[in-house]
Design a protein around this ligand. Sequence first.
Ligand code: F6R
Length: 357
Amino acid sequence: EKGTYPHYMLKEIDEQPAVMRKIIQNYQDANGELEIDSDIVSAMNEADRIYIIAAGTSYHAGLVGKQFIERLAQIPVEVHISSEFGYNMPLLSKKPLFIFISQSGETADSRQVLVQVKEMGHKSLTITNVPGSTLSREADHTMLLYAGPEIAVASTKAYTAQLAVLAILAEVTAKSRGMEVSFNLVQELGIVANAMEVLRDSKEEFEMIAREYLSTTRNCFFIGRGIDFYVGLEGALKLKEISYIQAEGFAGGELKHGTIALIEEGTPVVALATQKFVNLSIRGNVKEVVARGANPCIISMDGLNMEDDRFVIPEVHELLTPLISVIPMQLISYYAALHRDCDVDKPRNLAKSVTVE
Ligand code: F6R
């Protein structure tokens, strides 16, 4: 039940710190160390390449998950949109492991790929919120999200839960391979949960940003570099699906190769700046769009912030920033939809799980 909340989406956004703590709890052993099913760890270690298959928001989580797995466990990862993969299969490695990311566990496009790769004799892991769902039953292994039911059509807490579980998978695999992980993930996810609470208490700020930038605009761009780019893709999807504003996420350096032609006087451009090594270059991209009249909304991270940034998120580990930077995206989209009188929990033309191909 949504209780005192006006919408499930807002309730589910607010639940994210609790979901983080629940995930930590469920993946901890008696000594407080992170632990996952040893068969999953073996499957990861036997793989020469991992193929992440997902759709929509879960695909965006997969893009970040690739960074976690490659950077911590050093196994190469490809991320594919499920509806494309089935018909347009890339050349596979000798020992692939398929990871299906799906909140519902029922997405037909993903299931179609699972059926195909099973027939080919490949191993699979499903990361899902729904125990006993089709993708969970049919894959060799399952990792659960423990996010509780997600009712709003726009996915929020499932995305951050997917990221947390992918980070745990990457970390446990890395350690099993004798690789050094330079931070304590349990501790870092705790810091993430606290930072989420800070953002949860900053709602008026996001409502103001939505009012200021999005109440009448026709379109909106999201830019970032590295993992900020992936969060921008998710920000654009959230905004599109519930507010019907045409929104696109771009890699900061790619805009000038064509899309910058769309920037007009007042076009909102949300820029994410949470990554130290690209902090100056993304700000350079902001200057490029401002010179064409854009209305910039820079969301940066504490420690990297500069004058004129519109919002500064609390500092978390540089690999885990998507868990935090997505929350302004979720809340800005929520308030933009409200201001534009859209049906937040049940946007037009959409269903919670897409069980047709
Ligand atoms: C976006 C959204 C969709 C789903 C996509 C995959 O807010 O909800 O893009 O993420 O349909 O669904 P699952 O994760 O259930 O496979």
